[in-house]
Unconditional design. Structure first.
Length: 406
């Protein structure tokens, strides 16, 4: 039995069950294998309860959601510690790994006091999380594996000092995992050691994400006519505004936007300005079960992000039978590479998206074919590969199976 200590600020908590759900999903699939046990340290930003009234104002609003997160809880059978770390809004990017390392250190004492003897540290998101874990490498005293998720490498690493810190952490780690080939190439181009970089993509839960009856579920949600779906946090990089603009050239098409975030009011104002109120619906943040229904009701899932590592939303939609239109960036071409999956768009613009949507609607794949395509992205290969890698890191040279990079 492999005993993991997973460390990441990208992990759900009882106040925000959808936060970092992709990290939890990988861990749960490993636990189902019966070969892994785990405990989690998931640091959250500290904000004093006495200043709760200030959370109504920027730049403090972001931290309101962390005030009531418990210091310790059990989620899906896994013990999760939530130590607090200090954050200086807008100014503390370079200090955050140090503050996070201190919070992890305090939680580590609790883990050890409770008698959990881990074999391997599994960290997610290279900056600040991976750097924080690397700072504690000697105290952790076990092999460290760090998973790159996307913007940690594609965006944060563009800054000189964070890039140096990421590479320093990669040197201290026993191995680095990326969720797509594009991220692996980016890390190696930055200077990471190629022999220590492995690719293990996210899978899709094919039991959870499966098609509902198209007509019945559309009736339940009040969906009529050709309907696009855009899913993700309401932030600039997700490009919901670009999808809204496409409706001007698609007069018979409707749009549902699922997600919450800082741009909700701006996007609603854009819809009013373009006289699209009757054709655009905001449904907020949804539980996974509701997303399954919307994926099943939508004709097309549109992803207009400016950057992505491995976009889970694409596989979720396809597993429910909805083909996709997505920007050709990051790891997306590794997901959308057949007509059954959908259409890739080279130019990130309303015009480019409009052409992609028009092309897909003119030759829409059968929803059953889209589902079959998604079935090729189960979690099983990733779970098997990670178990082999864990074994090799814990007992070097004892593994009978040579590691393969997928």
């Amino acid at each position: 039995m492999i005993k993991l200590l997973l460390i990441s600020s990208l992990y759900p908590n009882s106040e925000h069950l959808q936060h970092g759900i992709f990290v939890e999903a990988r861990l749960q699939k490993l636990l189902v294998s019966g070969q892994v046990e785990a405990q989690v340290i998931a640091p959250v930003p500290w904000f004093p309860r006495l200043l709760r009234p200030l959370t109504e104002f920027a730049p403090f609003a972001h931290y309101a959601r962390y005030i009531d997160v418990p210091s310790q809880e059990v989620l899906q059978g896994v013990r999760v510690y939530h130590p607090r770390y200090f954050v200086i809004p807008k100014l503390g990017m370079l200090l955050t790994p140090v503050f996070m390392a201190l919070s992890i250190l305090f939680a580590l004492f609790k883990v050890r006091n409770h008698g959990y003897a881990y074999d391997l540290v599994d960290a997610h998101y290279y900056y600040p999380d991976g750097v924080a874990v690397a700072i504690l490498a000697k105290l952790l005293n076990k092999p460290i594996l760090i998973t790159a998720r996307g913007s940690d490498i594609n965006l944060i690493a563009d800054a000189y000092i964070p890039r140096k810190m990421i590479l320093w952490a990669a040197c201290r780690a026993a191995a680095s995992v990326t969720v797509c080939q594009a991220l692996a190439k980016r890390m190696i181009d930055m200077g990471a050691e190629p022999e220590k970089v492995y690719v293990f993509r996210n899978g899709v839960d094919l039991e959870l994400f499966k098609p509902k009856t198209y007509d019945a579920i559309r009736n339940k949600w009040g969906v009529a006519g050709v309907t696009l779906l855009s899913v993700g946090n309401l932030v600039e990089l997700k490009g919901h505004g670009l999808v809204i603009e496409t409706l001007q050239a698609l007069p018979s098409v409707n749009l549902i936007i699922a997600g919450g975030g800082e741009l909700r009011r701006d996007l609603e104002a854009q819809v009013k300005r373009l006289n699209l109120v009757a054709r655009v619906r905001f449904v907020g943040v949804l539980a996974q079960g509701d997303l399954v229904e919307l994926y099943s009701a939508a004709d097309v899932l549109v992803l207009a992000s400016s950057r992505e590592g491995w976009a889970n939303v694409l596989l979720e939609a396809m597993a429910c039978g909805a083909p996709v239109v997505a920007i050709d960036i990051g790891g997306i071409p590794e997901v959308v590479c057949h007509h059954s999956a959908g259409v890739l768009v080279k130019k990130r613009s309303p015009e480019g998206l409009t052409r992609g949507i028009t092309r897909l609607l003119a030759s829409q794949p059968d929803r059953k074919a889209t589902r079959r395509y998604a079935e090729g992205f189960s979690w099983q290969p990733t779970v098997e590969g990670l178990l082999r890698l864990y074994g090799e890191l814990i007992e070097p040279g004892l593994s009978n199976n040579k590691m393969e990079k997928i």
